[in-house]
Design a protein around this ligand. Structure first.
Ligand code: C2O
Ligand code: CU
Ligand code: CU
Length: 486
C-alpha cells in the first residue's frame, strides 16, 4: 500500500543519513547511457496516502511517483540531468524547479515557457544545475489544487565535496486542510481567503506524516534542510534547548548565523539549511514549535534523543561554511532601479484600478467566487496577472541582459507576501531603507505588511520570468507579474 511505502521511505531517510535518499533516487531513475545526462522519471498521478487517524484512514492525493512529498531528487552540481515528467492525471500540469537557475524553456510555466503537459503526455526537462543547495519542485498549473493536494518534492543539488556533518536530513513541511475522515476539504480558491492570508490548513506534515518525534543521537551534528512546501502557511520554528545555525537560505550559502530571536521564519517556498549540534540529554525529548500565527501555535514534532551516550564527534568550535555558488555579483553603483508596489487584498483601502489582464479577471474584490475563475484581488503596479501562467502574458518591464538591477518591492497591503522571482537569485540588501545584516542571496523574500525590501541581481538569464507571491491564493488572484530579459 502506498501509505506504508511512504512511511518506510521517510523512516529510512531518517535513520540512514543520505544513503536511503540515494536509493529512492536510483529506484526512480534509469541511467540512460554512460555518456548522456542522467535520466529520472517523475510521474504525476492520483494516489492515496496515510496522513492522519488510524492506519486505515487514507487521504486521496495527487502524487509524484506515488509519494507525498514526491521523491527527494538528488542531483550533482554541474552535472546535466534529464527529468522526464509523465502526466498521468486527467488535467494539464507542468513542473517548476523552484530556485534552480534553469534555461527559460525548462522553467515550467504553462503558456509562458512551455505548452502545458496534457494528460497522457510526457515532457523532458533538461538542465545542468549551476548551484548546490536545497531546492524543490512543484506544478505551475492549477497550482492551488495540485500543490494543495500533494504535488511537491524536495530537490537537492549536492556540493562537489561532501559537507562535514554526521547526518544530512530533510524536513519537507506541508500544510493540509483535512476533514476528520482524512479527506482534503474542498473550497480551494475561496475568494475571502484569497484576499486575506490564503488557504492556511489545519494539519502540518513533516516528510508526509504527522510527526510525534524525530530520532536523534546526542552529540551528533546534523545538517537539517527545512522546506516550507505549504500553499499559504508561514512558519516560525523554534527548537527547544537547541541553537540552530543558519548556513544557507533558499539553497544559497550565507554567513553562518543564529536566526533572530531563535526563530526560523519561513514563508511558503522558502528554505533554510541549518546546522544543529545535538546537545540535549540522551533519552530526552525537545519540542519543535511553530508559532508564527499567535492563535495557531502548534507542535510540529519533537527531537527524540536516543538513550545512548553522546557520540563524540569533531571539535565543536568549527562550523561548516558551505562553498559559495557561482552567482554573478550585482554592480550596485551602476544598477538600474525599479519599484514594484504590491497592492490590494482585504482591509487595505479600496478597490483596484484598471489595467487588469489575464484569464478571468475582474475589477475589485468579487464576491464568493465559485466559478473556478481567478478573480483579481491583488495587483502589482496597478496590474493584475492571475492564474498560474498562460499564453500572452505581457512583461511589466523589459530588462537588459547582463545589466544589474535594484528592485524595491513595497508592500502596501495589510498581509504578508513571500515574493519569488524565477530563474535568478537576488541579494537582499535592505528592509525599509535600512541595510540587513547578511545580505543573503534568496529566491523568495518575505515582506511583512506595509514594509519594503530592496533586492539586487544581475539579469543574466534571458527569457520571460515570473515574479509572484508564493501564497498560492495570492498568486492566482493577481499578485504576479512577468519580467523580460533580452
Ligand atoms: Cu515556486 Cu512560480 O514558483
Ligand atoms: Cu520558482
Ligand atoms: Cu501574498
Amino acid at each position: 500500500m502506498n501509505s506504508r511505502f511512504t512511511n518506510t521511505v521517510s523512516r529510512r531517510t531518517f535513520l540512514q543519513c543520505g544513503a536511503s535518499v540515494a536509493l529512492t533516487t536510483i529506484a526512480d531513475s534509469r541511467i540512460a547511457q554512460a555518456d548522456g545526462p542522467r535520466e529520472i522519471r517523475v510521474r504525476t498521478a492520483p494516489g492515496a496516502v496515510h496522513l492522519i487517524g488510524d492506519k486505515n484512514t487514507t487521504t486521496d492525493v495527487l502524487a509524484y511517483n506515488d509519494l507525498v512529498p514526491g521523491p527527494t531528487l538528488r542531483l550533482k552540481q554541474g552535472e546535466p540531468v534529464r527529468l522526464i515528467v509523465e502526466n498521468r492525471m486527467d488535467q494539464d500540469t507542468t513542473v517548476h524547479w523552484h530556485g534552480i537557475r534553469v534555461p527559460n524553456a525548462m522553467d515550467g510555466v504553462p503558456g509562458l515557457t512551455q505548452p502545458p503537459i496534457e494528460p497522457g503526455q510526457d515532457f523532458p526537462y533538461e538542465f545542468t544545475p549551476p548551484d548546490a543547495g536545497t531546492f524543490w519542485y512543484h506544478p505551475h498549473a492549477n497550482s492551488l489544487q495540485q500543490l494543495g493536494r500533494g504535488l511537491a518534492g524536495v530537490l537537492i543539488v549536492e556540493e562537489l565535496e561532501p559537507v562535514a556533518v554526521d547526518r544530512d536530513i530533510v524536513w519537507m513541511i506541508m500544510d493540509w486542510r483535512l476533514k476528520s475522515d482524512g479527506r482534503i476539504a474542498s473550497g480551494f480558491g475561496n475568494s475571502m481567503e484569497a484576499g486575506m492570508s490564503g488557504r492556511v490548513g489545519n494539519t502540518a506534515t513533516l516528510n508526509g506524516r504527522v510527526s510525534a518525534g524525530e530520532p536523534v543521537r546526542a552529540g551528533e551534528r546534523i545538517r537539517l534542510r527545512l522546506v516550507n512546501g505549504a500553499l499559504a502557511r508561514i512558519m516560525a520554528l523554534r527548537i527547544e534547548g537547541h541553537r540552530p545555525i543558519v548556513v544557507a537560505i533558499d539553497g544559497q550559502p550565507c554567513e553562518p548565523h543564529e536566526p533572530d530571536g531563535g526563530r526560523l521564519i519561513l514563508g511558503p517556498a522558502m528554505r533554510a539549511d541549518v546546522v544543529i549540534d545535538m546537545q540535549g540529554e540522551p533519552g530526552q525529548r525537545y519540542r519543535v514549535i511553530d508559532n508564527f500565527y499567535d492563535d495557531l501555535a502548534y507542535e510540529l514534532t519533537q527531537l527524540a534523543y536516543d538513550k545512548a551516550p553522546p557520540i563524540d564527534s569533531r571539535p565543536a568550535d568549527t562550523l561548516p561554511d558551505l562553498p559559495r555558488n557561482p552567482l554573478p555579483e550585482p554592480d550596485l553603483v551602476n544598477a538600474e532601479s525599479h519599484e514594484l508596489v504590491l497592492q490590494g487584498g482585504m482591509m487595505s483601502g479600496g478597490m483596484m484600478g484598471g489595467g487588469m489582464m489575464g484569464g478571468g479577471t475582474t475589477n475589485g474584490m468579487g464576491g464568493m467566487g465559485t466559478s473556478g475563475m481567478s478573480r483579481a484581488v491583488w495587483a502589482i503596479n496597478g496590474t493584475s496577472m492571475t492564474g498560474d501562467g498562460h499564453a500572452g502574458m505581457q512583461p511589466l518591464r523589459t530588462f537588459k541582459l547582463g545589466q544589474s538591477y535594484l528592485l524595491t518591492m513595497r508592500n502596501e497591503t495589510a498581509w504578508w507576501h513571500p515574493m519569488h522571482f524565477h530563474g535568478h537569485s537576488f541579494r537582499v540588501l535592505s528592509r525599509n531603507g535600512s541595510p540587513v545584516p547578511h545580505r543573503q542571496w534568496s529566491d523568495t523574500v518575505l515582506l511583512p505588511p506595509k514594509e519594503s525590501v530592496d533586492v539586487a541581481f544581475v539579469a543574466d538569464n534571458p527569457g520571460d520570468w515570473m515574479l509572484h507571491c508564493h501564497v498560492t491564493d495570492h498568486q492566482m488572484t493577481g499578485l504576479m507579474t512577468v519580467l523580460r530579459i533580452v
